[in-house]
Ligand binder design. Sequence first.
Ligand SMILES: [Zn+2]
Length: 212
Amino acid sequence: MSSRQAPESIGRTLTPRRNKLAVAALTAALLAAPGIAQAAPQDVPAPQQRAAAATITWSLQRASNPTQDQLTAYDLITKAMNAAVTRYNNVSDLGKSITVRYDPGVPTADGSSSGTIRFGNRNYMNERTALHEIAHTIGVGTSSRWSSLTTGGTWQGAQATALVRQFDGSSAKLSAGGGHFWPYGLNYDNEFSNTAADRHVRIVEAMVRDGL
Ligand SMILES: [Zn+2]
């Protein structure tokens, strides 16, 4: 299991999809009402003008004159991060600007809420680990609200709980501890599948809607 850095405070860049749709629906209703359209406030965007979904972006900090060891690591990290970020952007509307480093002093890999991910060990330079660490940058185990949202070792939020019950049945719950959650936490390589990875991303997004 990967370790994590101490939480740092940072403003979140995401815009929950639900809110954007609510604004669009409200605007559509206003525009549809007779005689109201011209009186609509200037700062309410028309539906077709609403902001695009937030996206996750990432960049790799490279040494200016990299060694062969660094070049090999950069290739593995790039494949892992591209796969994970593509999945996030296909499955969710979450947004984050992530900076990635190769640091051989890191035993496995870690992610902080400041948006930094460090990969150390070759065995962890894969999509599973990249997804897991992205979740840490978004707030899993690192948000100041994490402990209150995981009181008693169970996720307390309604949205993510409803989602895991949709996946696993009406008695399912999300357990949490040590800054991690399960099922679908992608805490170990043997948890990975395309289905589990998509569900992981959707649960993280629901956790954000729950106030992560
Ligand atoms: Zn972790």
